[in-house]
Design a binder for this molecule. Structure first.
Ligand SMILES: Cc1ncc(COP(=O)(O)O)c(C=O)c1O
Length: 374
């Protein structure tokens, strides 16, 4: 049987990792400033993470959501404390798209309404509701087409008001920082405006922090730079450092009922253990603070570089829009200098490294960048 070829692959196969270093099967060494697409939050194969997961695997890997699982409760308490939403409730699932799918469903159950406002260039995942709220017709099948989603431009509060005033919206969904789009931020005023319009018109404000959350921007959630609280927050990528897990934080004003949501694998013992290990490491190693500090370093080093048209983002969620003449730099960084980075289209390089990234690693990347762009 062949694989269903949906990914364009580089001809490189990493087989071992440690923190921000990867080794491929030929023994070549790479530095990972991509974090496997913003997933590796605490570094590859962190010893504490490996130890906790190995021990849990030796005890119990999985049982269903029909029995008590104190790891889920421990995770909810720990997460609530570290993210500042300790009065919220946690629903656990397996991926980012699934987190958003559940968030949209909860908002619709809660309000009894069907419509959702989303933003131009948004990416929320590939399941039915999530992909419908994603502004990319190429990845929406006819089956996904729905008139329940309305898109308006990011940071256009008048357009939001015009739509929500119609009174038939369950929710507004917005990324903490738009990632796939190429790193675009909602302004603080816009987020505050969204908060008050959602209150005014009885809509649920959903913050998709799947890429921008878990400390990446120098706050636990990106929207916390703006002093705004959401009704529902979704998270995934950095949560399990590669072990599949997603989470939905739900405001106490929204009530649960038995059977309202459900999943076979969500919140299993290994996933919760991975998430608990990640929180231990984030706290013990002060990684949210490191993300902020290293983000400042990258900004100073690259914001005025001649190859960079615009430096966007916060902390370690960085978009480097390239000037003409530098397209292709991502491949050169990989093949000539052995640095993995991300991209958005042909002209934006995305840096999404582990929050553990050191000054030495960051400097070596900047030196490689400067050598290639001389
Ligand atoms: C903001 C955002 N939301 C949702 C998703 C979907 O997450 P997953 O691929 O885990 O379903 C992504 C993935 O890139 C994302 O960046």
């Amino acid at each position: 049987m062949n694989l269903f070829e949906v990914y364009k692959l580089w001809d490189i196969e990493p087989i071992k990792g440690l923190d921000t270093t990867l080794w491929d099967k030929e023994g070549e060494v790479y530095t990972d400033l991509y974090g496997g697409h913003a997933v590796i939050s605490v570094g590859h194969c962190h010893p504490h993470y490996v130890k906790m997961l190995s021990e849990q695997l030796g005890n119990l890997g999985f049982y269903s959501n029909a029995v008590q699982n104190s790891l889920q409760r421990e995770l909810a308490v720990r997460l609530g404390k570290v993210c500042g939403y300790d009065d919220y409730s946690l629903f656990l699932c397996n991926s980012g798209a699934e987190a958003n799918e559940n968030a949209l469903k909860v908002a619709s159950f809660h309000t009894g309404k069907a419509k959702v406002l989303a933003f131009r260039k948004a990416f929320h995942g590939r399941t039915s509701g999530a992909v419908a709220a994603t502004d990319n017709p190429k990845i929406q099948s006819p089956f996904n087409a729905t008139s329940n989603i309305v898109f308006v431009p990011l940071n256009d509060i008048e357009a939001v008001d015009k739509e929500l005033s119609k009174g038939d919206f369950a929710a507004v969904i917005i990324e903490g920082i738009q990632g796939v789009a190429g790193i675009y931020e909602p302004t603080a005023d816009f987020l505050k405006g969204l908060r008050s319009l959602c209150d005014k018109y009885g809509c649920v404000l959903i913050l998709d922090e799947i890429q921008s959350g878990y400390g990446r921007t120098g706050r636990f959630f990106a929207h916390q730079h703006c002093d705004v609280r959401a009704d529902i927050i979704t998270m995934a990528k950095g949560m399990g450092n590669g072990f599949p897990i997603g989470g939905v934080l739900i405001s106490p004003s929204i009530k649960a009922s038995y059977g309202m949501l459900g999943t076979t694998f969500g919140g299993n013992h290994l996933a919760c253990t991975a998430a608990l290990a990640v929180l231990d490491i984030i706290e013990d190693e002060h990684l949210v603070e490191n993300a902020e500090k290293m983000g400042e370093y990258f900004r100073k080093a690259l914001a005025n570089d001649k190859a960079v048209k615009e430096y966007r983002g916060k902390g370690l969620m960085i978009g480097l829009e390239l000037n003409e003449g530098y397209i292709g730099l991502r491949d050169r960084l990989l093949f000539e200098k052995h640095f993995f980075t991300g991209a958005a289209g042909a002209n934006v390089i995305r840096l999404l490294p582990s929050l553990t990234v050191s000054m030495e690693t960051a400097e070596s990347f900047v030196n490689a960048w400067k050598e290639l762009t001389l």
